[in-house]
Design a protein. Sequence first.
Length: 528
Amino acid sequence: MTLLSIDALSLSIRGFPILRDVSLTVAPGEIVAVTGESGSGKSMTAFSVMQLLPEGTETSGRILLDGTDLLQQTEPQTCAIRGRDVGMVFQEPMTALNPVKTIGAQVAETMLIHRAMSPEAARTRAEEVLARVGLPQDRFPLSRFPHELSGGQRQRVVIAMAIALKPRLLIADEPTTALDVTTQAQILDLLKQLVAEDGMGLLMITHDLAVVSGMADRIVVMQKGQVVETGPTAQLFRNMQHPYTRMLFAASTHKVALPKAPPPKPLLEIRNVVRAYRTPRPHPFARPGRFEAVKGVSFTLQRGERLGLVGESGCGKSTLTRALLGLEPVQGGDILFDGKPILTRGTVDASIRRRMQLVFQDPYGSFNPRHRVDRLITEPFHLLDDAPTGSARQKTIDEALTAVGLQPADATKYIHEFSGGQRQRIAIARALIIRPDIILFDEAVSALDVSVRARILDLIADLCGTYGLTYLFISHDLSVVRSVTDRVMVMQSGQIVEQGPTEQVFSAPSHPYTRTLIDAAPVLPEIA
C-alpha cells in the first residue's frame, strides 16, 4: 500500500527549472529520507507536497496522497489537507513559531483552524500532545513562550503542532541541523517512535547521510533537481552506484591532514574563570539569585595549537567564548594573553583585541548585506593604529581573498551573491586579514552541507600550514572536532569535565558525559 506517490514531478519558477521528473513513494509506517546538497531540490519537493510554492511556479506530473492528486486541488481544498492529513516540521523552530503566542495556543491553533474540536478540547489535546513529545504540563506549562525554551524543546513544540491531528504523512525538513548531538538523537528517536505508534509515513529531508543511516527504511539521493539513486538504506550503503552518492558518503567521513603543531608555548591562559549572572528575586524581599554559567574553568592554549571545545547547548561554550574576547565581565579568575591580563580597568586592551578574531556560526547574519566584500573583510582594520590605505589596502584584500580560495574580483560583490560555503570563506578572510594570533571558530561549519563542510575544513588545515594558525574550535559536531583539533575539552554545566589529546579522548573517554556524547553522535555504517 502506498500513502504518498510522487510521479514524474517537474517544477519551474518563472521558467527556471528546479525539479526534473522526480519520483518517489512513501508507505504508511515507512521512513523515507531525501538527501543531497543545498540546491538539490529536497526542500522544494517537500514544499510541493504541501503546496507551499512561490508565485510563478509551474508544475507537471502527479503528487498522489491516498489516490488524491494534490496538484489538482483548489486552495481551500489544500488548506483542509495541510495540518490534518499532512503535517510538516520546519527546519528552524524559532522562525516557525510565533514569538508572541504561547506554546499551548500554537499547538491548539491547528485543531481550531480545522474546527476539529472545541477550544477546551483543543487545550486538553495540546497538553496531551506536548506531553507525548516530552514536554509535560507540570514542567512546561502551556503558558510558556518560545523564547523560554531551548532549541531542542522548541523543535518538540513544532513536532507537536505537526502531529496534533494525527496526520497520515509527516514531513520533517532538516529537523536536527542546528541541534547538539544528544538533542539530535532524542529528536530522531521521537520521530521514529511517532511513526511506529501512529503508523504515519515520514518523509525526512536532510543533507547528512549519517543522520538517517540508522533510522530510514529507504534513501532517495537528489542532485540538481533530479533523483540520481534510491534504494533500501542498507542496500544503498552496501552498493552505492552513482558517483554523487559516493561523494556524499566520502564527505560525511572526511578527515583533514593537519600539519604538525610547534613545540608548546603558552599563548592564552585561563585560570579558574567564573562567569555568573543575577537571577530574579523569588519575592520582593529576597536576595537576587545567582547562576554560574562558567564555573572555575582553567586551560591553556599553546601557540600553534588547534584546541576543540565540545558540549551540549547551554553548557557554557558561548559564554566562555564571550569572556575570552572580553565581551562579558568575569566574576572570578584570570584570562592572560601572552602573559598579560586581557582586561585593563574593566576593558579589553586594544593591542590584545586585535590579536584575537572570531568566525561566527551564521556567515550571512554576521555581514551587513548593504556593503561590498572589500568593506566587509576590512572591518577589523579599525583595530589597527596604522591601517593600510590605497594600493597597500587593495593588496591586503587580494591576499586575504586568495588565501581562502576566492578571487580578488570578488571584492566588489555583495554577500548575497555567494553560496553558504563561499560566505564562510569570506568570514574566515575577515578574521585573517589583520593576521591575529588566535581565531575562535564558533560553530563555523554546523549549517553547511557535508561536501562544503569538508572543503572548509580542508581550507582551515591549509591555512594552518600557511599561517601557523592557533585556534579554539567550538562545535557540537564531534566528527568535525575530531578532524581539525590536536586537543579537545568537553564542557558540561559550565565545567570542563574532560580534556586531552583528541584521539585519546574520542577513543578512550574517561568521563561518563563524554561517553554519552560519543554514543549519541550519528555514525555512518562501514562499507567495503
